[in-house]
Ligand binder design. Structure first.
Ligand code: ADP
Ligand code: MG
Length: 729
């Protein structure tokens, strides 16, 4: 077995950067060349069909069947002109990743084979959906699922396949994916935000949520990956002693990008540009072999599609470069894990970023209105926000070392924090004009214009204001952004509706002027929710205590956190608000419980195999070598000399026995715990049981394996070590 490790090591030493063949023209020319965007639609569609698609995108209207036929024909022509032979509906089921089922364009015509693609096929498909998770929504007798075209995200070409972004719903209309509810929240938020915007500007007709994700990842050599069954099957290392040097010297962050990695980045970025994905930033992250890529932000639904496409793309391109990409939140213990920061804001169709401090007081009042409503909605919905991001993988980050805590808090920066304190405390003088009130009393007019680039940063905050947007930093690297976007958008929409109701009632029933009414409500919101604001070090032990005093929740257990999806507050935001119906929400939460259980189950199985079939035999082999040696010493020396000579080796022999017996008995206990948990039928109870009775063994067993790694002859150790995986280049 140690052979694999040696072979892997030799392979890696031979690697050279793979040559990237860049297009000969400029990026401005090939950007979006693989996307059926408006420019191509204009070329391939009739005026009428083009108009109806544009309208459908802008106003979320429906496209009738006749138009759909025309659009399908144009789309097919474009795809075939670009080498396509197949098409697929492309969707986001509740798994890790996207799904596709390819069909050829070929069909029998009157005179032989033709290439066909009708409006019907474009608009709707019925994939055999019975094998996708649904949390009991789909019984076998209604196993059908439908995918339906999402006009707002353009079709694109991967290889020879035309991919059509779609939602995925059950026969009875429940959403079985991430996209359908995301689209619902975007439209609910649009309406709620437009209503609030009308206090300030009647010209606003549409509000978009914007999303700019920062994707962190590890890149390791293919050969090492293939010599580690834990990486292959679980995406993370279940054993492995820390390398003597890892990230202590902070010498990886922003350092020069290694040649092989740079070639990989250039390669996938070129492909991303062709797919219209505006990737912009690339750099080394904190941990060795950890990197990041970030695009220019876009409308949230499109941005999320782009994130899903690029994750897939990165996986494929990595293989060409003899790399494997790891999107797991914590592939290596003891060093930083990977997140996916979701930069999020709201933009109007009049071109205003609602979370950007304006230049005049009225503009600022609009900004403060949205800012404070976000704060209130995060405060009121900390538990579902956490539930939307706390998965089996991300639980190794949140609340653990080198990562945001499982406590939700908001960082605002000194300037804004002070403005909120003033706003809460100052009662506007009734003789003043609204402008004077805001400028003099509240200091709002004095927000310096440089605020935008001058905000302080707090890299430990799970939810930080960064000048013109919030950055939800606690999201896991493997996540579908929609999971957290659904909750974030939904919670804010709910909050904005409540805000409008309160303000309107103050105006109508209590005769308050509009600005006064708004200030009054905002002031109350600040008092109600200021305990979620925290400017200090979120990683510190002190914050945990402080947060507890403040009454903020701190949940690190995945099943416990998931339970919060079904509290009365969650139901107000997720059901009453029109995002899910009861069955959909329950089904979805059940899927999450199942996913958690299965991940722990797989990890437990892999670890069992790894230690019993790889580690223990190696330990015994080395122990035998030592025993031989001791026997030899005994033959050579007198009793007294022998004791002196052999004592060190005897100690190691005993240590190995100790660790091996503990490992063996712990594995047996773990297997038994699994058996007991597997008998539980209820998915919720089962997840709780797995978390409480199986999961702890993963760390307990690992501890002893990692100790053995330090004792056993390096020649014999079967698995590539951390120092090799993270430092051989
Ligand atoms: P940092 O690492 O300093 O947080 P990056 O440049 O890595 O910053 O990433 C910032 C991300 O925020 C980019 O994806 C950027 O497009 C995005 N972003 C900027 N403005 C907005 C906005 N108004 N809405 C959403 N995302 C935004
Ligand atoms: Mg960044």
């Amino acid at each position: 077995m140690a052979q694999f490790r040696t072979i892997a090591f030799q392979e890696v030493l031979k690697r050279q950067p793979v040559k990237v063949s860049a297009p000969s023209n400029e990026v401005t020319e090939y950007f979006g060349s693989r996307v059926f965007d408006l420019v191509k639609m204009q070329k391939y569609l009739s005026k009428e069909a083009y108009k109806s698609v544009r309208q459908a995108i802008r106003e979320s209207t429906h496209i009738d069947r006749k138009m759909a036929d025309q659009v399908a024909a144009g789309m097919k022509d474009w795809a075939i002109d670009n080498g396509a032979t197949h098409y697929t509906h492309w969707f986001h089921p509740l798994t890790d990743g996207t799904a596709e089922k390819h069909d050829g364009f070929i069909d029998f015509g009157d005179y032989g084979v033709v290439q066909n693609f009708s409006g019907e096929l474009l608009v709707q498909q019925e994939p055999d959906a019975s094998s996708f998770p649904s949390g009991g929504i789909r019984n076998t007798f209604e196993a059908r699922g439908y995918t339906a075209w999402d006009v707002s995200s353009p079709a694109f070409l991967i290889g020879t396949t035309l991919c059509i972004p779609t939602v995925f719903v059950s026969y009875t209309g429940e959403a079985l994916d991430y996209k359908a509810p995301l689209l619902r929240t975007l439209s609910i938020l649009d309406k709620a935000a437009v209503d609030v915007c009308h206090y300030f500007d009647k010209n606003v007709n549409k509000v978009f949520a914007t999303l700019g994700w920062e994707q962190e990842y590890f890149l390791i050599d293919d050969a090492f990956f293939n010599a580690r069954p834990d990486l292959i099957l679980t995406g993370r290392t279940l054993v492995g002693h820390q390398s003597s040097k890892d990230q202590q010297l902070d010498d990886h962050y922003f350092s020069s990008i290694p040649e092989r990695v740079k070639a990989f980045m250039e390669d996938f970025e070129i492909e991303a540009y062709k797919l219209g994905i505006p990737v912009k930033t690339r750099h080394n992250e904190v941990a060795p072999n950890q990197y990041e890529c970030a695009p220019i932000f876009e409308e949230a639904n499109l941005a999320n599609d782009h994130n899903q496409i690029i994750m897939d793309l990165m996986k494929r391109v990595a293989r060409h470069h003899n790399f494997r990409i790891l999107f797991h939140e914590k592939p290596f213990a003891g060093i930083n894990g990977s997140g996916k920061h979701n930069n999020w804001s709201l933009a109007t169709d009049t071109g205003v970023n609602l979370l950007s401090p304006g230049k005049n007081p009225m503009g600022n009042l609009q900004f403060l209105t949205f800012l404070i409503n976000v704060i209130k909605s995060v405060h009121d919905n900390q538990d579902i926000l956490r539930a939307s991001i706390l998965t089996a993988g991300n639980s190794h980050r949140l609340g653990a070392n080198e990562a945001p805590p499982a406590i939700l808090s908001i960082f605002l920066g000194t300037t804004l924090s002070k403005i909120l304190v003033d706003l809460e405390q100052n009662v506007p003088n009734n003789k003043m004009t609204p402008e004077e009130k805001t400028e003099l009393k509240l200091g709002i007019g004095k927000i310096p214009e440089i605020l935008l680039d001058n905000t302080d940063r707090n890299r430990t905050s799970p939810f930080a204001f960064t000048g013109n947007r919030f950055e939800f930093r606690a999201v896991g690297s493997s996540a579908n952004c929609a999971a957290s976007m659904i909750v974030l958008n939904g919670a804010l929409a709910y909050q904005l509706k409540a805000f409008k109701k309160e303000v309107d009632s103050l105006i109508e029933k209590h005769n308050l002027k509009k600005d006064e009414a708004i200030f009054k409500v905002l002031r109350k919101y600040i008092s109600d929710s200021k305990k979620i604001l925290f400017e200090g070090d979120n990683y510190s032990a002190g914050w945990k205590k402080e947060a507890e005093k403040r009454g903020l929740s701190n949940i690190t257990s995945v099943p416990e956190s998931l339970a919060k999806y079904l509290t009365p507050q969650a139901k107000k935001v997720l059901i009453d608000n029109g995002i899910f119906d009861e069955r959909e929400l329950e089904g979805r939460v059940e899927v999450e419980y199942e996913k958690f259980t299965k991940k722990i189950q797989i990890e437990a199985r892999v670890l069992g195999d790894l230690v019993i079939n790889h580690i223990v035999p190696t330990a015994v082999q080395y122990q035998n070598k030592l025993i031989e040696n001791v026997k030899g010493l005994k033959d050579l020396f007198t009793e007294k000399e022998f004791k002196e000579q052999a004592s060190h080796r005897l100690g190691i022999i005993k240590d190995i026995s100790k660790h091996v017996s503990i490992i063996k008995s712990k594995v047996t206990e773990m297997v038994n715990a699994r058996k007991v948990a597997n008998k539980i039928e209820d998915e919720v109870e089962k997840a709780f049981a797995y978390n409480k009775t199986v999961r702890p063994y993963l760390d307990e067993i690992r501890y002893h394996v990692d100790k053995l790694e330090l004792i056993i002859d390096d020649e014999l150790w079967p698995l590539p070590k951390y120092r090799e995986i993270l430092f051989t280049r």
